[in-house]
Design a protein around this ligand. Structure first.
Ligand SMILES: NC(=O)c1ccc[n+]([C@@H]2O[C@H](COP(=O)([O-])OP(=O)(O)OC[C@H]3O[C@@H](n4cnc5c(N)ncnc54)[C@H](OP(=O)(O)O)[C@@H]3O)[C@@H](O)[C@H]2O)c1
Length: 335
């Protein structure tokens, strides 16, 4: 089978399509022929080895796992002995996180792993675009922020993958949502349900005082120090990007549950049970139309380096999808 392989750290040109051995399907496994996957910032770090502390996790000298990518959508092509949940031809989606390997024509997935039938009404590009976005936004807002109806949440980076999901999920929870993005994305963020959209090229949300119960910096661009006074007295700042001050404050936040707080989660490291239960939540929200995928662009498998380039720009809109086997449809909103 073909897979996108990264043998040495470097730029997008380090990603090459190669013939590799097919995965071995064991007891309780299914083999999925991948229709589509995504490239995200974590793949960018895994490919480039930057920031350098990422190498502690991804491999000191070279990527430990040369095939990157976590999320997949596709068709069950083989069923291992003892596997009962899925049958040949089932259309499924899921994630291999925290171990990559989805940038390939075939993936082996334990049937009791994070895998489910794709929600009705979604095509492959749409289904795969929900995964990293909502697997991140849901735990941050529900578990980290404990966001409730009636509260006000600000989402910084509201046009990105995680940010666009956070706007939708926060709205679903009944919060008042303020999204922050640049001029070209204001309309999109409003269409996702934001009650107010702040254009960061014109206004600074952090200049507000005592306004937000939750500030979710989905792109890690503003520090807790900068955002602190914009929080209500018991407000919480959460960032997706680890910095030393946030890591230290996150530890303290667990013991002191009052006052302005800061925190971080590492959602890819959550248990299979937690992710499986969130996959059910994602499926239900998508089926009822409460959430929708946001797709920047769909790139053919043999142009996957282009997908990495777009992700490296830091300005993708929603998700960059890679069509591995066939054109997976979906509406592209990126420029
Ligand atoms: N902690 C965790 O468990 C976890 C899990 C998943 C992801 N992450 C991390 O979360 C981050 C976000 O991932 P993602 O896929 O959502 O990113 P992304 O889609 O690449 O983010 C791109 C978006 O960021 C916006 N942006 C860029 N500069 C900005 C600024 N100064 N202010 C506000 N918005 C700005 C861009 O909007 P404009 O073009 O309008 O500027 C663009 O739409 C990544 O660092 C990723 O590694 C962490």
């Amino acid at each position: 089978m073909r897979a996108a392989v990264v043998e040495r750290y470097g730029g997008p040109e380090m990603v090459r399509l190669r013939e590799v051995d097919e995965p071995v399907v064991g007891d309780g496994d299914v083999l999925v022929r991948v229709e589509a996957t995504t490239v995200g910032p974590t793949d960018g770090t895994n490919r480039s080895g930057r920031p350098a502390f990422g190498r502690l996790y991804f491999g000191l000298a070279r990527p430990k796992h040369p095939v990157l990518g976590y999320d997949f959508v596709g068709v069950v092509e083989r069923v291992g002995p003892g596997a009962r949940r899925f049958a040949l031809g089932d259309r499924v989606y899921g994630t291999l996180a925290p171990t990559p390997g989805a940038h390939a024509e075939l993936v082996r997935v334990a049937e009791d792993g994070v895998i489910a039938p794709i929600p009705a009404g979604l095509d492959a590009a749409g289904a795969v675009s929900l995964l990293d976005a909502f697997f991140t936004a849901i735990p941050f807002l529900r578990d980290g922020a404990r966001l409730r109806a009636g509260q006000t949440v600000l989402v910084n980076g509201a046009s990105g993958s995680v940010g666009s999901a956070a706007v939708q999920y926060a709205k679903h929870l009944g919060a008042t949502v303020v999204g922050v993005c640049s001029t070209g994305n204001v309309e999109l963020v409003g269409s996702l349900g934001a009650d107010q959209v702040i254009d960061y090229t014109r206004d600074d949300f952090a200049a507000a005082s005592d306004r937000y119960d939750v500030i979710f910096d989905a792109v890690g661009k503003r520090s807790f120090r900068e955002c602190r006074s914009a929080l209500t007295p018991d407000g919480i700042y959460l960032s997706t990007v680890p910095t030393l001050p946030v890591l230290l404050r996150s530890r303290r936040a667990r013991s002191a549950d009052t006052g302005r707080r800061a925190g971080i989660l590492f959602t890819g490291l959550r248990s299979i049970a937690d992710k499986t239960s969130d996959l059910a939540v994602i499926g239900e929200l998508a089926t009822t139309g409460a959430i929708r995928p946001v797709i920047d662009r769909i790139v053919p498998f043999d142009a996957i380096a282009e997908a990495h380039r777009r992700v490296d720009s830091g300005h993708k809109v929603g998700n960059v999808v890679v069509a591995v086997s066939e054109a997976p449809r979906g509406t592209e909103v990126g420029s």
